[in-house]
Write a protein that binds this ligand. Structure first.
Ligand SMILES: Cc1cc2nc3c(=O)[nH]c(=O)nc-3n(C[C@H](O)[C@H](O)[C@H](O)COP(=O)(O)OP(=O)(O)OC[C@H]3O[C@@H](n4cnc5c(N)ncnc54)[C@H](O)[C@@H]3O)c2cc1C
Length: 451
């Protein structure tokens, strides 16, 4: 590709200097064209950030060339937020640091480290991260924070929004703030007066309107990662605290998260697992409230397509075999406890419930770790094989409707339910991707949200 005067590649090459990795080679651009979603955006240029300064330089190049910029980390996003047709900036490779703090109660992470790597550092302390996406082997902390990813056990209580303690971020203007600094609020107000005034104005606007307050409370009472975390305007007072929590789930549209400190959670000492196969998806979902009330820690849904994929694994749990597959659905059910007696109590309650449901195969709990892992793999692993079996792209644009983790469904199940669900978009109805434009000195994004 020939660089023109305003080509983003030329701006990037100048900003990164000698030794900077900037490429317009087709093979590199195609490598970054797909994330785990159905969208395909081939970037014009790809670059690797070596440090936060490179990210600030890339923001400048984006601004100077008027080319949208997308931050790419693990690239496992399911709704297209990891793709773009302008500048693609890899922020995974050179940001791998992990530091365990306070005997594992907190952890400092750089954004390119994966969930599994961070948890491996925490394991000797009997602790782990709150967010537990099924993609833990590839999903990185940058993506987890920017997507507010969760998983089967974390719910809303232990997601990033609720476990983030502080972070260092880089704004498109080049301002760098570490929210842990004692004078961070003053730094923020001094460097970004317009942004701070806007946050104050929005806070007043949200809090002064009863309908807005009620809408936000209603939407965020449940797991909700659609749109910005506007609940931050109700939950926090100071502009920097609000902004920090808006960055969670901002999908790279507001700033680059260069480092973060998160509170961790205890790894339960004991767990027991069962797979229950129901005659229909409807029957499976109807059983959820009772199972939830019985203190199930994990309820993971497999629809019939997931069961079909799960059956192709080398080691298949007997519960999902031995019947003709039609519209059945299965639930992976887990109870967690630290005491044997407590676990037995939960298990007895779960077993009693399962006898009351109309099941296709006999469901029994096991505490055997290898059997539990096999069951877990069949539920979570089937999602990894999903793309091969995926039907053609859905008829409407996910990029705007953004079906994300509204419920604790596996990706496969979430995918299927999204085909029939009514879109509940709270975003812009235009399909404009995130941009860092030449006029933007404030947040990188064109991502629109309503309250
Ligand atoms: C098989 C499978 C299972 C999954 N299971 C789950 C699940 O259980 N729960 C769940 O919530 N999600 C799940 N996901 C979705 C996805 O894996 C997660 O959301 C994951 O956390 C994304 O991380 P990533 O490193 O791949 O981020 P990417 O896809 O690279 O990026 C995600 C977003 O974050 C932005 N970003 C990345 N790094 C930074 C940074 N440093 N600063 C600012 N912005 C940044 C990007 O621009 C992008 O918008 C699953 C996906 C797959 C393929």
């Amino acid at each position: 590709m020939t660089a023109t005067v305003s080509s983003p590649a030329k701006h990037l090459a100048r900003e990164f200097g000698a030794g900077g990795h900037v490429s317009t080679e087709l093979i590199d651009r195609i490598k970054y064209a797909a994330d785990a979603s159905h969208f395909l955006y081939t970037p014009q240029v790809v670059a690797e950030a070596r440090n936060a300064k490179d990210v600030a330089a890339a923001f400048r190049a984006s601004s100077a060339s008027g080319t949208p910029l997308v931050l790419r980390s693990g690239g496992t996003s399911l709704c297209g937020q990891g793709g773009g047709d302008g500048i693609m900036l890899d922020v995974r490779k050179h940001f791998r640091g992990v530091e365990v703090l306070d005997g594992g109660k907190r952890v400092r992470v750089q954004p390119g480290s994966t969930v599994r790597q961070v948890n491996a550092h925490l394991a000797p302390y009997g602790r782990k991260l709150g967010p537990d996406p099924a993609s833990e082997g590839a999903a990185t902390m940058g993506g987890v924070i920017a997507n507010n990813s969760s998983g089967m056990s974390c719910g809303t209580e232990f997601n990033t929004y609720n476990t983030i303690e502080s972070m260092t971020f880089v704004l498109p203007s080049g301002t760098v703030i570490n929210t842990a600094d004692a004078d961070a609020e003053a730094q923020f107000a001094g460097a970004e007066p317009e942004l701070v005034a806007t946050l104050e104005r929005l806070k007043r606007r949200v809090r002064g309107n009863r309908e807005s307050v009620e809408t936000i409370k209603r939407h965020f009472a449940l797991k909700n990662t659609m749109g910005y975390n506007v609940n931050a305007f109700l939950d926090f007072e100071a502009p920097l605290e609000i902004f920090e929590h808006l960055l969670v789930a901002s999908e790279g549209t507001l700033a680059f998260i260069a480092e973060a400190v998160l509170r961790t959670v205890e790894v339960p000492k004991l767990k027991t697992t069962a797979i229950a196969v129901y005659p229909s998806l409807d029957a499976a979902t109807r059983s959820l409230p009772a199972l939830f009330d019985s203190h199930a820690a994990t309820l993971e849904l497999m629809d019939s397509r997931s069961i079909k994929v799960g059956r192709t694994f080398d080691s298949v749990p007997e519960q999902i075999n031995g019947f003709e597959l039609g519209g059945q659905a299965a639930l992976l059910i887990e109870y967690h406890a630290n005491e044997e007696e407590q676990l037995r109590e939960y298990e007895a309650a779960g077993t009693k419930l399962l006898t009351e449901f109309d099941l296709e195969t006999q469901a029994r709990f096991t505490t055997d770790p290898s059997e539990a892992a096999r069951r877990g793999r069949s539920a979570r692993g089937s999602t990894r094989r999903w793309p091969r079996h995926a039907p053609p792209a859905p008829p409407r644009c996910w990029r705007t409707s953004r079906c994300r983790w509204r419920t604790s469904l596996t990706p496969a199940a979430a995918y299927r339910s999204s085909l029939t669900a009514t879109p509940t978009t709270r975003r812009s109805s235009s399909a404009t991707p995130r941009t860092a434009t030449s006029t933007s000195s404030s947040p990188t994004a064109s991502r629109a949200t309503t309250t």
